[in-house]
Design a protein around this ligand. Structure first.
Ligand SMILES: [Zn+2]
Length: 183
């Protein structure tokens, strides 16, 4: 396992749609090592999610920590791996909340997201997963899913008035106990 370099905005990997993985590709030691490296890299960087294109691997795969940053933080966040994911919005008005991105360091902004999505994907062993994600988890999943399609959170902002550097964001724009979903 290893920490890999995270590419930043301007690198073409962030703007290139990723390819789906076949069952054979997913089972290879190279892709299994990529999954472990994504976790190592994400944790080292202090994020809650990381998609393969962010380490210059153009495949439809991302990892995240299923944590609730709105109070009920689990003692042991669950590590989730989603391969070839599809998202199905489950209705409800878009909700604005703070996001940041490991590939766009030090910026925060308010991003509208679906409050609840149904996720269809494979796990790291190629088993089918279907589940509902809501709230903070739904936000992380939508942020990472966008990375598989060459989309970053700045593209999703309705306007840029809330865009701020982290230090100014903490000083002037957000409650002390609030967190941004950084992935
Ligand atoms: Zn990101």
């Amino acid at each position: 396992m290893a920490v890999r370099p995270i590419v930043r905005l301007g690198h073409p990997a962030l703007r290139t749609p990723a390819e789906p993985l076949t069952a054979e590709q997913l089972a290879t030691p190279g892709v299994q090592a990529l999954i472990d490296d994504l976790f190592d890299t994400m944790i080292e960087a202090g994020g809650v999610g990381l998609a393969a294109p962010q380490v210059d691997e153009p495949v439809q795969l991302f990892v995240y920590l299923a944590v609730d940053a709105r109070g009920e933080q689990q003692a042991e966040p669950q590590r989730r791996v989603l391969v070839n994911p599809m998202l199905e919005p489950l209705g409800g008005e878009l909700i604005y909340d703070w996001e940041g991105c490991l590939s766009i360091p030090d910026l925060r902004g308010l991003v509208p997201r679906h409050p609840e999505v149904r996720v269809h994907a494979l796990d790291r062993h190629g088993e089918r997963l279907t589940f509902r994600a809501e709230g903070y988890e739904a936000r992380i999943v939508q942020h990472e899913f966008d990375h598989l399609n060459g989309v970053v959170f700045l593209d999703r902002m309705r306007d840029l008035h809330s865009l701020a550097f982290s230090a100014e964001w903490e000083a002037y724009m957000v409650a002390a106990d609030d967190e941004a979903a950084v992935g």
